[in-house]
Design a protein around this ligand. Structure first.
Ligand SMILES: [Ca+2]
Length: 123
């Protein structure tokens, strides 16, 4: 038998006020991606480096412009402080577009490793 209309069914939980607050789709913040390591040198993987850099892709075109790179370096501090962003960009920007695309970011990493002694794991 079905319960008569108006019958209160025990155990029924009103979940209408239970709204999910977690934003699972949100990307990790820079603070999370780049852990503050107390040591003088910080390691990150190539993917982490790219993820970090792309957070500064202000216009969202998938490329890092000179201004975006400069902002990234400014925020980063550390070994970036001695890194002239213009020099780095010229070095990595193989097609002289004034932007770093995905493949050119790897040139930037290579430059950082070679000239700055930065440690980026590429495997
Ligand atoms: Ca951009």
């Amino acid at each position: 038998m079905l319960p008569a209309p108006g019958t209160t069914i025990k155990g029924g939980i009103d979940r209408s006020t239970c709204t999910p607050t977690r934003t699972a789709s949100k990307k990790s913040t820079p603070a999370m991606a780049i852990r503050g390591v107390a040591s003088s040198r910080e390691d990150m993987t190539l993917e982490e480096f790219k993820e970090w850099l792309k957070q500064f892709d202000a216009d969202g075109d998938g490329r890092i412009s000179r201004n975006e790179l400069r902002e990234a370096l400014r925020r980063r501090g550390g070994w970036f402080t001695t890194w002239r962003s213009g020099r780095a960009l010229r070095h990595a920007d193989k097609n002289n577009s004034g932007f770093l695309d995905d493949s050119e970011i790897e040139n930037l990493v290579a430059f950082a490793q070679k000239d700055l002694g930065m440690k980026v794991s590429t495997w």
